[in-house]
Structure formats: C-alpha cells, structure tokens
Ligand binder design. Structure first.
Ligand code: NAG
Length: 201
C-alpha cells in the first residue's frame, strides 16, 4: 500500500536544512542589497562600489553553491519514487536552465548579475537580447528549472516540493525587486533629463 513515507520522508533533517537554505538566500541578498542602497555600507567597508559588489557577488555565489550542495544531500536521504523518475526530461530541463542562467550572467556581467544597481553601478541600457527575450528573469527561472531537472533526474518527490519552494520564493522576490530596480533606473532617467534641460537653458 502506498503511504506518504514511500515517496517522501519528512523526518529527514537534511530536508529541513535544504528548505531553509532555499528560503534564506534570496531573502538574504535582498535585505543586504537594500541596506547597501540606503547606507552604502559595503561600498564604505571595501573602499568603492565595485569592490563592495565583488564581495557581495562572492558571498551570494558561495551561498548558492552551499544551497545546491545541501539540496543534493537532502535528495540523497529521500526515498526514490519511480513514477517521477524522468532522467531524460530532467536532463533536458537542467540543460535549458543552465543555458538561461549562464547566458544571462554572460549578458549582464558580474556587477549586473550580482545586484550592482543597488551599489549605483547601473547598466547603460536594459539588456534585451537572449536570454532576456525569452523571459524577463532568466536567472531565476533558469535556476528553478535546474532544481526541477535534478529532482526528476533522480526521481525524488522531495525535490519537486523543494522546487515549488524555489518557485514561490523567486516569484515573490521578483515582485519585490523589479519595481525597486525599475525605480533606480527611472531615477537616473529623471536626473539625466534634468541635467540636459539645465545645460540647454
Ligand atoms: C532571442 O534572441 C535570439 C538571439 O538574438 C534569437 O536567436 C531568438 O530567436 C530570440 N528568441 C525569441 C523567443 O524571440
């Protein structure tokens, strides 16, 4: 008879650690980035916006590696469930996700990827080419596909549930981030318009 423990083991601590790591990362970087925008703490500590941003990039990147590692550990502790063991589909989704993540990093550069806007390091113009013509947030949705790909590749229900957590967190993170970064750029446009008007009058 099928019971919950046949496909999901909620008693595993590694599952809780993974859920915690997934929630922690986007909350952490959003709080740090907004504090930086308001107070420029990292800029001051590291002697300039670029060094501050590189430091934050290193921290976020490392937390991401840790989160992915804990996810792998959590899935290893979980029961295998044959119906969702879809290695081909899982591999395909992982490949698509990786293309989205890596190409958006390539298009945005280091400071563009890692919240440079909050340090005052703004891009000259919005990036509109691939992968941004596929989705407005290729980094987030690519990363979500990677989680799902691993879950299906390994046939772990817990992985699908953790992927749902990733999706929900990124969904709300974007609703919080996008208006804020849009306003950072809108502010620059207003200042540009003002200084142009000043010169010509
Ligand atoms: C996005 O841009 C790339 C490269 O410019 C292009 O090959 C691709 O067809 C575009 N995709 C969509 C969905 O417009």
């Amino acid at each position: 008879m099928a019971t919950l423990s046949n496909f999901l083991d909620l008693s595993q601590q590694s599952l809780q650690w993974s859920a915690l790591a997934i929630a922690f990362n986007p909350i952490f970087w959003n709080i740090v980035a907004r504090a930086e925008y308001r107070g420029h703490y990292l800029t001051r500590i590291f002697g300039g916006p670029y060094y501050g941003c590189y430091f934050l990039a290193f921290v976020i990147f490392s937390l991401g590696i840790l989160r992915d590692h804990v996810y792998q550990l959590a899935l290893a502790d979980q029961p295998y469930y044959a119906p969702i063991h879809q290695p081909l589909l899982g591999g395909f989704l992982f490949a698509v996700g990786s293309v989205l993540v890596l190409s958006s990093m390539w298009a945005l550069g280091l400071t563009g990827t890692y919240l440079g806007d909050y340090f005052g390091i703004l891009m000259d113009s919005p990036v509109t080419g691939f992968p941004f013509n596929v989705t407005g947030s290729p980094m987030y949705w690519g990363s979500t596909l990677n989680f799902l790909g691993v879950a299906l590749y390994k046939g772990k229900v817990a992985g699908v549930i953790l992927t749902a957590e990733v999706f929900i967190l990124y969904f709300f993170a974007l609703r919080w981030e996008d208006p804020f970064t849009a306003e950072i750029y809108a502010k620059r446009e207003r200042e540009r318009a003002k200084s142009k008007g000043g010169k010509s009058s």
